[in-house]
Ligand binder design. Structure first.
Ligand SMILES: [Fe+2]
Length: 263
């Protein structure tokens, strides 16, 4: 088999419990999993909403090769120059032209070039940007010959939209992994033409929480229907993600990853 590559993909990083868990634990996981390429969705690293420049630095120092994001990336204004400056920090590709930052990158590890793309869903996301299906098709055409593998982080709410895009792109990309819901799904599989898939990889964030937030606030919010602010609860973190083996341009295996942080 040619161009063998193992990717460790973790996310979404929620608040300081999530950041801390990777800062102190990611190197060990990379070693144990013998990962060649590490992708981390960091979009909730800054207290649950967006990323600050320090969060980005910490995740790269921890061992992330590529950091992806999503709808919350615009929350902290300080991130804008960093989005422009850092080639391997991504924001969704399907924003209109002229928006700061990069929607994809090509990273080379062990002589293997992987294009990593970040895209935002439009179903139940309150996002009216460019069509993720058409944008992905166009991008794949542009990337032709430039990468051995194409990996897409589809940051989206609706499994219908995620599955549809993955099947639409089957054989044209190597992996579509979903992020955003913070709940790891048990539907990982490989489609007939070699595209690996999971609806959501889960969360690197506090255990005993409601998708990272304090359950008390979340319950109160539901009971009262008031716009109560959700705050990250400072509990020990769970680390969720996937480990994917690639060869010959395709996903060969996909396995869910989940462990409690030791720090
Ligand atoms: Fe999100």
């Amino acid at each position: 088999m040619a161009n063998e590559l193992r990717a460790l993909i973790l996310g979404d990083v929620v608040g300081s419990p999530g950041s801390r868990a990777l800062f102190f634990g990611l190197k060990k996981i990379i070693k144990e999993e013998r990962a060649d390429l590490v992708i981390v969705n960091g979009e909730n690293a800054a207290d649950g909403f967006g990323m600050m420049p320090d969060d980005v630095e910490r995740l790269f120092t921890a061992g992330a090769d590529v950091i992806t994001s999503g709808n919350h990336i615009w929350q902290k204004k300080d991130i804008l120059p960093v989005l422009e400056a850092k080639e391997f920090l991504l924001r969704p590709a399907n924003y209109p032209p002229g928006v700061p930052g990069h929607g994809h990158c090509i990273i080379e590890k062990n002589g293997i070039r992987t294009a990593v793309v970040n895209m935002l869903g439009r179903s139940r996301m309150g996002f009216n940007g460019q069509c993720p299906f058409q944008t992905m098709k166009k991008l794949v055409r542009e990337l032709n010959g430039q990468a051995d593998y194409i990996i897409l982080d589809f940051h989206a709410e609706d499994p219908q939209e995620k599955e549809a895009l993955a099947i639409h792109m089957d054989g044209q990309i190597s992996l579509l992994f979903g992020t955003h819901t913070h709940v790891q799904t048990a539907d990982e599989r490989i489609f007939p033409h070699g595209t690996g898939y999971i609806s959501d990889i889960g969360m690197v964030g506090p255990s005993g929480s409601v998708i990272g937030a304090d359950p008390e606030q979340s319950i109160k919010r539901s009971l009262t229907q008031l716009p109560i602010k959700m705050e990250v609860i400072d509990n020990p973190a769970q680390i969720c993600g996937i480990v994917v083996d690639f060869a010959d341009g395709k996903a060969q295996s996909i396995r869910r990853f989940k462990q409690m942080a030791s720090a």
